[in-house]
Ligand binder design. Structure first.
Ligand SMILES: Cc1cc2nc3c(=O)[nH]c(=O)nc-3n(C[C@H](O)[C@H](O)[C@H](O)COP(=O)(O)OP(=O)(O)OC[C@H]3O[C@@H](n4cnc5c(N)ncnc54)[C@H](O)[C@@H]3O)c2cc1C
Length: 403
């Protein structure tokens, strides 16, 4: 890299997507308490969108957010705004084509107000960016990191704007698509599932009453997550190649096929929005820390979306990184020291390993013809990453082992 003047920061966050923006918000107390300097670099001009009035879109993509994530958002001071567009999941209904009966899980079975929430991604982004604008951090947007190189005590970043940053800790939260990880020689393990998820908003004739539906069909599972009004987020998994036929259908013909596959338990499907297709694979980075470097979110692990775990897992990573920084800095460690990053990795590794194994295991169970396994799959499929004893209870109830 050519030598030019550079700005020094304690932490540079590469990517202001859901994970990078969450990290910026979660660092607020360290910025205020310890005067940490933080820069976020994001190519998409999100700030402007954050200022325009919110227009709920029928086509908006949405994510299932676990109760634990809502608690993390509350700690960041963004949950009261987030919940404006959050639809609580009050019950989960699991059924299998060709089999009699269904499993229902209700929020009051578990003594919680909601089993989780479904929030439009665009709304989450907007709330996070609004919060970021109230914090004293460097917001480089639109700008991309074009080059990254290790230097003494950190990394040097070259931005598309011609600026240079030197950071004690660089956090790669670029979704793994920028090529920066590869340029640093961080390999990933990729396992294609030979499946494609078709995602769209659908409108039903009946109110959903906060029900998340899971329907197992021989072609693949169909999940419907409740959104505001009578809209629902459809996640329809297909064997790779079989989705092309569905993507080419008219809305009316696609609704007929969906109705046939799903049945009428959620009412009549009346409208379908823009379809998005996602080829599914499991991608995990072989390294997530180096001195002066941490890898978070999709850059670290990209999971099968049907399991609805990716962002929930990443958000716990965000909170653990902040906790490790807080602990390390109070003992005089540098932001990018191996002591801090090893602590972060130790906090993360069991959760990361378990969730990756859990969601990958669910996908393999898709092929196995057993009602018991179908119901076990359900616990993960609606994105309810309920921790510890709660998950065990949920799974046991889902499998009919506990009443
Ligand atoms: C169809 C689908 C459904 C899903 N549903 C759920 C769900 O229900 N629940 C759940 O928990 N998870 C879900 N997930 C997973 C979740 O969407 C991801 O975990 C999450 O989006 C990851 O966010 P991220 O910020 O790591 O990556 P991204 O969202 O990819 O953001 C990366 C950011 O980095 C920026 N960037 C890229 N290159 C550069 C560069 N060179 N310099 C600087 N910035 C750069 C990009 O512009 C972008 O803003 C789903 C995923 C899919 C695909």
């Amino acid at each position: 890299m050519r030598e030019t003047a550079e700005t020094h920061v304690d932490i540079a966050i590469v990517g202001g997507g859901l994970v990078g923006a969450s990290l910026g918000c979660a660092l607020a107390s360290l910025i205020e308490r310890l005067g940490l300097t933080v820069a976020i670099i994001e190519p998409a001009p999100l700030q402007q969108r954050a200022k325009t009035p919110w227009q709920p879109s029928f086509d908006a993509r949405a994510s299932a957010i676990a109760q634990g994530s809502a608690i993390h958002f509350a700690r960041m001071g963004v949950w009261s705004d987030m919940r404006d567009q959050a639809t609580p999941i009050r019950q989960i209904h699991v059924s299998e084509q060709g089999r009699f009966g269904a499993t229902r899980l209700r929020h009051d079975d578990l003594d919680v107000d909601a089993l989780g929430y479904v929030i439009p991604n665009a709304w989450m982004g907007r709330v996070l960016h609004r919060r970021l604008q109230t914090l004293p951090l460097g917001w480089h947007c639109p700008a991309a990191v074009e080059e990254i190189a290790p230097v003494a005590e950190g990394y040097r970043l070259q931005l598309s704007t011609g600026e240079h940053l030197r950071a004690g800790l660089t956090v790669l939260a670029d979704g793994g698509r920028s090529g920066l990880k590869e340029r640093l020689g961080i390999d990933s393990h990729e396992k294609p599932y030979d499946q494609v998820a078709v995602i769209a908003s659908v409108e039903t004739s009946e109110p959903h009453h906060g029900t998340a539906w899971e329907r197992f069909t021989p072609e693949g599972p169909i999940a419907l997550l409740p959104l505001q009004g009578q809209a629902m987020e459809l996640v329809w998994t297909h064997e790779a190649g079989r989705e092309t036929h569905r993507l080419s259908l008219s809305d009316g013909d696609l609704l007929i096929e969906l109705q046939r596959a799903f049945g009428d338990r959620a009412g009549r499907f009346r409208r379908i929005g823009k379809r998005h297709a996602y080829p599914l694979s499991l991608v995990t980075a072989r390294e997530t820390i180096r001195p002066g470097l941490a890898v978070l979110g999709n850059a670290a692990h990209s999971l099968h979306p049907v399991a609805g775990q990716g962002f929930n897992l990443a958000l716990r990573g965000v909170m653990d990184l902040v906790a490790a920084l807080d602990a390390g800095l109070s003992q005089g460690e540098d932001v990018g020291s191996l002591a801090v990053l090893n602590d972060f990795d130790a906090r993360r590794s069991a959760d990361r390993h378990n969730v990756i194994r859990f969601s990958d295991g669910l996908i393999r169970l898709f092929g196995i013809d057993s009602p018991l396994l179908s119901h076990a799959r359900a616990a993960g499929l609606v994105g309810l990453n309920l921790a510890g004893p709660m998950r065990r209870t949920l799974a046991r109830r889902a499998m009919g082992l506990e009443r």
